[in-house]
Design a protein around this ligand. Structure first.
Ligand SMILES: [Zn+2]
Length: 421
């Protein structure tokens, strides 16, 4: 398996506990982030890196490794003379700028939000106020939904919105921020929801979409991790499940925890300290339990037309399957045509380029992943993963000035996709 074979030697060096004290604020001041070119030199690059303490940002090392290097390791790292590009000269400074440029004020009470919401990143509490306020844009055609409760007791909220003739049409289910550090995802999902709800009755695209499907949209489905990424560690990925017996490492990768093909080797980790730790048993996190019951409820009622799990970064549109590079969905060809055409529509709008295709063979193997579950067990007709901007210039720490451009390009892409199912 590509993932384990290339990752094992480096992942073994990286102790999340060592780099991320659990309850302390992690500072990235002075960290540099590099993209190291690998390709056919991967093995020799990994040999050279064996003594460097580092925290990779990506999982498929076949073309490059993106790594944050601590100040005390930079000289040693640079003396290796690897082929690198600097992504962040000072990660701590870029994290501070990302936040400082955000909208300083909380959303006002009981007013439909305006587009200035998308000028900056926001706290989890403010995201909740945003949803409450946005629901008032179409009070007769929408409702606040809750898919469940997180480990730390936070409700996982979203909006269910529909068009003419009442609710109950086939579902379009979309969620963001299952991985905590991928902040652009909740903002983009919210922009889509905002365009739908404020455009209904005024914009012909929004109106047609809402008159055809019911939309179930949950911007932040890993609230504890999301909060932790804002209060303690900007690079936190997993949820905040307690460390299992015998380990001091907190957190399960929610996108390896879905109860479908969970046990397939090579697509997740059984080590609680790894970023892709799958959990003790399949579906054992409360966040995934809640999403599973929402998916099953939609399957058994209206049915699911399309499911989108939104991530960053890399600019990929991924179709089934993650657990196997040879399994093929019944409508695989239509999936892949839709993904490719959606990529072209976005490129025509903003110039960003997209790699599209089946998840395992295009990126890497993932077991217990959302799109496999929702496609197979949830019987969604279409099930896809999006990896939003960028392609490695900023990675997870995408400047706030890109929120609106990303929101706009994804509105173009997703409205095309939904209209062409
Ligand atoms: Zn992700």
């Amino acid at each position: 398996m590509k993932f384990l074979s290339v990752a094992s030697s480096i992942v073994a060096l990286v102790s999340a506990a060592a780099l991320s004290p659990r309850e302390e604020k992690v500072s990235y001041d002075g960290f540099k982030v590099y993209r190291i070119t690998t390709g056919e030199n991967l093995a020799s690059v990994q040999d050279k890196l064996v003594d460097i303490e580092m925290k990779p940002w990506n999982m498929d090392f076949s073309k490059h490794i993106d790594v944050a290097i601590s100040p005390d390791q930079i000289e040693k790292f640079e003396s290796l003379n690897l082929d690198t590009i600097v992504m962040h000269e000072d990660l701590g400074a870029d994290i501070a700028a990302e936040w400082d440029s955000s909208t300083p004020s909380s959303p006002s009470k009981r007013a439909v939000p305006d587009v200035s919401w998308f000028n900056g990143y926001h706290s989890h509490n403010d995201h909740q106020t945003f949803l409450t306020n946005l629901q008032t844009a179409l009070p007769q055609n929408s409702e606040i939904i809750t898919s469940g409760t997180s480990v730390q007791g936070r409700p996982i909220r979203g909006i269910h919105v529909w068009g003419n003739n009442g609710k109950g049409k086939k579902a379009i289910l979309i969620h963001g921020n299952v991985h905590a550090r991928e902040w652009i995802t909740s903002m983009s999902v919210e922009y889509f929801l905002y365009q739908l709800m404020t455009g209904y009755g005024r914009d012909s695209n929004a109106t047609a979409l809402l008159n055809t499907y019911d939309f179930w949209i949950l911007p932040v489905v890993n609230p504890d991790g999301f909060v932790y990424s804002q209060t303690n560690d900007r690079l936190w990925r997993k949820n905040r499940s307690a460390a299992p017996a015998g380990s001091s490492c907190i957190g399960t990768d929610e996108n390896r925890n879905w109860p479908f093909q969970w046990n397939v080797p090579g697509g997740s980790s059984t080590n609680p300290c790894d970023e892709t730790y799958r959990g003790r048993t399949q579906g054992d996190t409360p966040e995934i339990k809640g999403l599973v019951s929402l998916v099953n409820q939609l399957r058994d009622s209206s049915g699911i037309k399309l499911y989108l799990d939104v991530h960053s970064y890399g600019q990929y549109i991924l179709t089934p399957y993650g657990y196997s590079c040879s399994a093929v969905a019944a409508n695989q060809a239509k999936h892949d045509t839709l993904a490719a055409n959606t990529g072209r529509v976005i490129q025509a709008f903003s110039g960003t380029t997209w790699i599209t295709g089946p998840s395992c063979s295009t990126l890497y193997a993932t077991s217990g992943s959302s799109t496999d579950y929702v496609g197979d067990v949830g019987k969604a007709e279409y099930s896809m993963t999006f990896e939003l901007r960028d392609k490695g210039t900023n990675g997870f720490v995408l400047p706030a000035s890109q929120i609106l451009p990303v929101g706009k390009e994804m509105w173009e892409g997703w409205k095309y996709l939904v209209a062409n199912l």
